[in-house]
Design a protein around this ligand. Structure first.
Ligand code: DQA
Length: 145
């Protein structure tokens, strides 16, 4: 199985950015742990601060199973605003799981709204960087079906 994790805007700052909300671990550490824990799964990773680049990544990797078997997407603030990313997800042929590090349901009202949630296979939120591991666990079930 091959999964692609896409992180959106400001998530390049993980470990430095608002550690009281997002923790002090970097995404590199998180990826190292995921790859150690799931050696049977190929886990690719991309991060972009640009909406169009995220859309291009979904098109490139999600339009056929030749790209990957599933996408784990933390679209950051675009989760709450981007109809364009929602349209890209709706067009994808592989499942997309929405991930958030923080519990967006317990934060400001704008963060309780997800533009992308309705077109995603499911959502994992609020477990810190462990949200990514839980999404990989979910894919083990989704892809086996
Ligand atoms: C986030 C939550 C978003 O509201 C925020 O804009 C982010 C990170 C999270 O992982 O908790 O950038 O997606």
């Amino acid at each position: 199985m091959k999964l692609l994790i896409i992180n959106g805007p400001n998530l390049n700052l993980l470990g430095l950015r608002q550690p009281e909300i997002y923790g002090s671990e970097s995404m590199d550490d998180c990826l190292k742990r995921l790859r150690q824990r799931f050696p049977e799964i190929e886990i690719d990773y991309c991060q972009s601060n640009h909406e169009g680049v995220i859309i291009d990544l979904i098109h490139k990797n999600g339009m056929s199973e030749a790209g990957c078997d599933g996408i784990i997407l933390n679209a950051g603030a675009y989760s709450h605003t981007s109809l364009a990313i929602a349209d890209a997800i709706a067009s994808a042929m592989v499942p997309v799981v929405e991930v958030h590090i923080s519990n967006v349901a317990s934060r400001e009202p704008i963060r309780r709204v997800s533009m992308i949630g309705p077109v995603c296979h499911g959502v994992v939120a609020g477990f810190g960087l462990d949200s990514y591991r839980l999404a990989v666990e979910a894919f083990k079930e989704i892809v086996a079906r």
